[in-house]
Design a protein around this ligand. Structure first.
Ligand SMILES: [Zn+2]
Length: 499
């Protein structure tokens, strides 16, 4: 991570930013190094003789400054992390074309937890995962266990998956979420149990380590994501489309100790983690970005939150060097955000979580009979699965889709959407909820399918329809899904603060 090695061990960027150190280019070391500034002893002018009154004012000022400095730490926070790289051979999630299990590790996969508590004792736990998705039962089990053990209410828990395509295909209660219905292996169940236990412990450790902290919001931009729906001959190919919509915001929540040392950095980006398609475990660009931020801030934990990147890909792609480069770009954007004026994030913390019913478009037996004969094996398999569901009266007609809205006083509103949400959702919500800083995440709490917008659904193509062939869901969503989801966000947000 070239530019991120500029600060020697033990000297954080924070200190550098506070102008205690010079950055000096070291030709021998071929990089920057830092040197402490010489201490100056300012001479007091003879004319200035402090009277008792002046001294009293000085002491008062110093006291006020100290009180002000501690006043800002009205939060408590703690972050924890654990390696979740599979220890034994497993199939990988994300690409149906893979034909063998993983062969090694390029970069360890992590699960991380960030626990926050406001001055009223209200808590929030973010869990981020270098994994393809979040199966609904994983969230349900954790919700129950954390509620029993720590009285953590369901709305105080948010899980987000980076959607790396170089993680394991795993299952919880037989469910793997998106694309995990194939290459099934019993090891996938064991991993699901290992993951749930690991996350339960991570959250417990974070909650028991809560200590005074300051929160600030920052943001910057990063440019390697590109829309991947290219109109070609009346359909949409999975190819770079520089004219298509993107959301290149990099939202950052900085968690600092009372002395200003960075303890955790929660940051987001809306882009598929699909630079890589090899047979090595790897967090892709998001994994390298987290490693880069952590290298720049020794002792801090960096947590990546996937945004509405359902129709966004990193370009160019397909080599590990490119994944590292994109990771470095994103880590640099985080550093860039941290140099901008910090926006204070005060409480109170308010949280809402609710399911909204999304309908599937009606399925036709005639169409399914036709699709079952297709030479496209995924389409044929899917049609047969749905026909069997219809015969057994088990085909779903609707789906309970979770929507989560968190409000950090006037400092930040965080919206957690489920599924592989396309970028239209974040762009629309940023228009409709304009005001205080707004963070829109996809891939939260239940990653069951792509979530196209009304526009994408009408256009057709992979995110609208074809991706459903890789799942056991009955078929495309009904056109009402965008209004239902956006409507639920507004309903939840309007019950919080001044929105
Ligand atoms: Zn995807």
């Amino acid at each position: 991570m070239g530019m991120l090695q500029i600060i020697p061990p033990g000297v954080t960027l924070d200190k550098v930013n506070h102008a205690k150190y010079f950055l000096i280019f070291d030709a021998k070391a071929r990089g920057f190094t830092s040197r402490p500034k010489p201490a100056k002893t300012p001479a007091i002018p003879q004319r200035w003789r402090p009277s008792p009154m002046k001294l009293f004012v000085l002491v008062l000022c110093a006291l006020t400054f100290t009180l002000h400095a501690t006043e800002k730490t009205d939060w408590k926070a703690a972050a924890t992390k654990a390696v979740i790289t599979p220890k034994e051979p497993m199939w990988m999630a994300g690409y149906s074309s893979r034909n063998k299990p993983a062969e090694g590790t390029a970069l360890d996969l992590y699960a991380k937890a960030l626990a926050l508590e406001d001055s009223h004792g209200r808590r929030m736990v973010f869990i981020t995962l270098d994994l393809i998705g979040v199966p609904r039962p994983l969230r349900a089990h954790l919700e129950k266990r954390l509620g029993e053990a720590y009285h953590l209410p369901p709305e105080s828990l948010l899980l987000n998956a980076s959607h790396t395509h170089c993680g394991p295909e795993y299952r919880v209660d037989g469910k793997g979420g998106i694309f995990a219905e194939f290459n099934y292996n019993a090891v996938a169940d064991a991993y699901g149990i290992f993951l749930e236990d690991t996350l339960f412990k991570l959250v417990g450790d974070a909650l028991s380590q809560l200590s005074p902290a300051q929160l600030t919001y920052h943001h910057a931009r990063c440019g390697f994501s590109m829309n991947r729906r290219l109109p070609v001959d009346g359909t949409y190919n999975n190819s770079p489309n520089p004219e298509g919509p993107v959301d290149q915001d990099v939202p950052v929540l900085r968690v600092s100790a009372p002395d200003g040392t960075i303890r955790a950095v929660l940051f987001g980006y809306a882009c598929h983690n699909t630079t890589l398609a090899f047979y090595q475990w790897c967090g892709d660009y998001a994994g390298f970005a987290q490693a880069g931020v952590e290298a720049a801030h020794p002792g801090a934990i960096a947590l990546f939150v996937q945004g509405c990147g359902g129709d966004q890909n990193p370009y160019p792609r397909h080599t590990i060097e490119l994944a590292q480069m994109h990771g470095q770009s994103l880590a640099t954007a985080v550093e860039s955000a941290l140099t901008a004026t910090a926006q204070p994030v005060n409480g109170p913390l308010e949280e809402k979580l609710a399911d909204v019913e999304l309908d599937f478009a009606p399925v036709s037996r005639v169409d399914l009979d036709e699709q079952a004969k297709s030479t496209n094996k995924w389409m044929a398999t899917h049609a047969k699965v749905v026909l069997t569901q219809l015969d057994q009266g088990k085909a779903l007609t609707h789906y309970a889709y979770p929507v989560q809205v968190l409000r950090f006083g006037d400092g930040l509103t965080f919206v957690g959407l489920a599924g592989e949400t396309v970028v239209d959702y974040s762009l629309r919500l940023k228009r409709e909820l304009a005001g205080p800083p707004l963070w829109i995440a996809g891939y939260c709490n239940d990653v069951m399918a792509y979530i196209p917008s009304k526009r994408v659904l009408g256009e057709g193509g992979y995110e609208a329809r074809d991706s459903m062939y890789f799942s056991t869901l009955p078929g495309p969503w009904a056109r009402t899904l965008e209004e239902r989801i956006i409507g639920e966000v507004h309903t939840l947000a309007s019950g919080l603060g001044s929105h």
